[in-house]
Write a protein that binds this ligand. Structure first.
Ligand code: PLP
Length: 410
């Protein structure tokens, strides 16, 4: 039998993930394999932790990488920090809020859902009101709700949770590396992200960070497996973490000078994460956020000039995702299909109540480039017309170019 070499078509990935990986990241992935306890490799791991602290804007000692996708990162932190029976409050305003609820239910947590219409966010006061009514071990929420393009303000929430003695565990999968995520300033107890969105590496690693409070819980639940445990490994007083693979206790020991022989580290993904973080450190967070913000303003100006409307509460729109309302009578699937087939540009649909109602455009990481925004706008205009949508002609690209021009003149 003959199988063809992997040789995928070039694509412009303008979805909310996966996005284009930085070419430097792809090159790093083709480097020689090192053994996982080789001092050269463990030195790379230590550098990764340092750079990750910069990106998360934290001093947390426990800041490392788990070999799983972002969802696995959420599961790792939630399974480790939340014991069966713990009460957790989940303010949900889209698909990923429900994912937190689903994972927590499986952890045996006693969850309370606060629900909000998709396309909106919570007023921190609403969360505080719920915290007043009952006592919770934790609040778990999404920062950038990719399914709706809304971004929950978190500045005050950590302070509020602290006042009510609740941990605040945040999913920043879609936002980290594209917009400010200030783990320490915002008093987040734990924060979880992935690699295939604004970090711009392939999917396959989760970036996590958590504070001393969670480290203490993990310590109390720690059980090092038989076969590698030593006489120094004393069991803690709390119920053991139910997962072996996603066991924060043993993972901490692998990422610490102890270098516990837990799993075999995914070498090439570690190279990818190291290089992706190095690219961010080089660019600086400030310049990176400014780049995403400028491209966002150009994209929105272009879409509006075309005559399209943006979905949701614009005050709380993520700068890294934009959702457009599918015009009346138009077929979202056909538009998306033609973008891919004719132009090699991928954009996304949505889920649940928004399925068939909006199209989502990502502006993340390496995909967040002026060139991509301008080409996308030109292509979308042509595709809209082919699908019978009356859009203004030539205005979209011009409006976006005006935004870039203005930024250059400033
Ligand atoms: C993409 C995404 C996830 C899931 O990430 P996977 O890497 O697919 O596991 C979780 N939360 C949010 C907010 C996301 O955008």
């Amino acid at each position: 039998m003959q199988y063809k070499e992997i040789n995928p078509s070039p694509r412009m990935l303008m979805t909310p993930g996966p996005v284009e990986a930085d070419p430097r990241v792809l090159r790093a992935m083709s480097a020689h394999i090192l053994g996982q306890f080789d001092p050269e490799f463990t030195a790379l791991m230590n550098e990764t932790m340092e750079m990750e602290r910069y990106v998360f804007q934290t001093k947390n000692r426990q800041t490392y990488v788990v070999d799983t996708t972002s969802r696995g990162g959420l599961e790792t932190v939630l399974t480790g920090a939340i014991c069966p029976g713990d009460k957790v409050l989940i303010p949900a305003f889209g698909r990923f809020g429900y994912l937190l609820a689903e994972i927590l239910e499986r952890c045996g947590a006693d969850i309370t859902l606060l629900e909000k219409e998709w396309g909106t966010v919570f007023d921190p006061q609403e969360i505080e009101d719920a915290l007043k009514k009952d006592s919770y071990k934790a609040v778990a929420c999404i920062h950038g709700e990719t399914s709706t393009s809304m971004m929950q303000p978190l500045e005050e929430l950590g302070e509020i949770c602290e006042r009510y003695g609740a941990l605040l565990i945040v999913d920043a999968v879609a936002t980290l590396g594209g917009v400010d995520v200030k783990v320490d300033d915002w008093k987040l107890s734990a924060c979880i992200s992935g690699t295939q969105k604004c970090i711009s590496a392939p999917s396959g690693s989760a970036l996590i960070t958590y504070n001393q409070q969670i480290e203490d819980i993990v310590k109390a639940r720690k059980r090092v497996e038989k076969g590698i445990r030593t006489s120094d490994d004393v069991d803690g007083g709390l119920v053991r973490i139910p997962s072996n693979y996603l066991d924060l206790g043993q993972l901490e020991d692998y990422w610490s000078p102890r270098r516990l022989n837990h799993h075999t580290e995914a070498t090439s993904m570690q190279y990818a994460v190291h290089e992706a973080l190095r690219c961010i450190v080089n660019e600086t967070l400030e310049a990176r956020f400014a780049r995403h913000s400028l491209n966002d303003r150009a994209l929105v100006a272009g879409l509006q000039a075309m005559g399209l409307t943006i979905f949701g509460d614009l005050k709380h729109k993520m700068p890294v995702v934009t959702a457009i309302n599918i015009p009346d009578g138009a077929d979202g699937k056909a538009i998306r299909g033609m973008m891919l087939d004719e132009f090699g540009i991928e954009i996304a649909t949505s889920f649940g109540p928004l399925d068939g109602k909006i199209l989502r455009i990502g502006n993340m990481g390496y995909s967040s480039q002026k060139r991509n925004i301008l080409i996308l706008l030109g292509a979308l205009e042509a595709v809209m017309r082919r699908n019978g949508v009356k859009v203004s002609s030539g205005e979209a690209v011009a409006a976006a170019m005006d935004v870039y021009q203005e930024a250059e003149n400033r």
